[in-house]
Design a protein around this ligand. Sequence first.
Ligand code: HEM
Length: 539
Amino acid sequence: MALLKQMRHLYLRRPSGKAENRHSLLCALGFHKHSASQSPPTVEENVLPGNGIPSAAAVGQDTPVKTLKDMPGPSTVSNIIEFFYRDGFSRIHEIQLQHSQKYGRIFKSRFGPQLVVSIADRDMIAEVLRAEGVAPQRANMESWQEYRDKRGRATGLISAEGEDWLKMRSVLRQLIMRPRDVAVFSDDINGVVADLVARVRALRGQQPDGLTVLNVNDLFFNYAMEGISVILYERRLGCLEEQIPRLSQEYIAAVHLMFSSFKTSMYAGAIPKWLRPLIPKPWRDFCHSWDGLFKFSQVHVDRKLSEIQAQLAAGQEVKGGLLTYLLATKDLTLEEIYANMTEMLLAGVDTTSFTLAWSTYLLALHPQVQQQIYEEVVRTLGPDKVPVSEDIPSLPLIRGLVKETLRLFPVLPGNGRITQTDLVVGGYLIPAGTQLALCHYSTSLDEDTFPGATQFQPQRWVRRDPTDHVDNFGSIPFGYGIRSCIGRRVAELEMHLALTQLIQKFRIQVSPLTQEVHAKTHGLLTPGGPINVQFVDRQ
Ligand code: HEM
């Protein structure tokens, strides 16, 4: 990416304390609502052909505005029963659907002291997101902030707010937000895809039928981990090798553990501080998980820094990618680099791997659809050509496959926003500071927006002609607007390149070992059981 001939200002050691260089970016850059400096998605990012969508639901001047008191919703007692006695935490997506059917497209719920307004309507969601200010807030991140204060760590994009967030976002968005920015990673990702294909062959060879890969999610976890590490740390970890190097193995095991314990320890933030001496485990686990995540990133960032310093000392040219660029430019402090690498790793592994696991499952369940996609791939690339990022626009069904998978199984079944001004939505006055839950799982399954909503139809995303598109907030798996997923293009590249090659090389079939797999919520929307699929050679 960047050719750095001279780097005199590299970070030499880890500064202590929190992020430095906080200056009033909001004022200095003169940001205001809908400024040109924001990065609203292109039309192409949120399009769905063929469905006319009315303009966002508006409250007429004369319509009397109702208050939150008037808003329907489940009682606190029924929520407690649903979540604690009926294990609602693993069915949050289903409860979202049930509640929206029972109470309507906007309803309120109370979780202890916290009031949440849920919105399960495409147009109301559009209204909220389109009205966002310059630094939208997703949720209360007090516990994340508390950990960072305690350890003298900086916040990364996920946990930062206000000017800190805006500063980091404006640096990172220039590096990985557009398809052409991530196109440079094509070759590196294809190296990882080659190892994925080899790993599929090796794993199926270990099964009696010579075809089945058990629990593809483990395989895709390793693929996603390897893929994101190549981009974030500019380094291969060996996650897809037969013998994973010991150091990498330890890291993968630690990170694996962290990802799983992390999700449960998320509840640490929900337990009031005064209760911690009585119930210390969640907060202890929460801190422990973050210690591990930060350590992992720090090792790799520090290693890169040492390599660069050695190259400079030897008078060599320094070439590199994202991390090299960040270390060289000092646009972010070293602590901010640690924090962002940590948070991007956290956000970039499970999300991509679950989506890939669901995609292969859906392909296996729908051989005819798979055949159509295969024909498109072979028509466009032939049976052997390795796809690169520039080929993806010519593979609309591969893009449709990813979009349709994320519509049926949005990794984040809901998202949050804290309102920054008073808003009127759906006829209700919602005061500033209210936590909103945007119910993407429900809107993704709305028949009005997606006829045949429960069916798997990647072709529904293919445009019939260039004018065949409308803004669509029914399915926005990466969010929308200035606070949307910064890793979207990276994730898409990893998924498009992997799926294209898997479809090109293998017929993917359901294994007799696979039971029907349902989704469950475990922080993210995950496969509720192992997905075992057969990979049959095409040639
Ligand atoms: C299938 C893959 C992925 C999905 C579905 C996904 C989805 C999302 C969603 C819904 C959000 C919240 C957006 C909002 O609030 O409007 C988000 C935020 C974020 N994602 Fe992703 N993501 C994926 C992959 C990745 C990857 C690979 C990375 C790392 C490069 C990443 C890094 C982030 C970060 C840092 C944020 C916080 C952005 C901010 O607050 O400014 N994500 N993602």
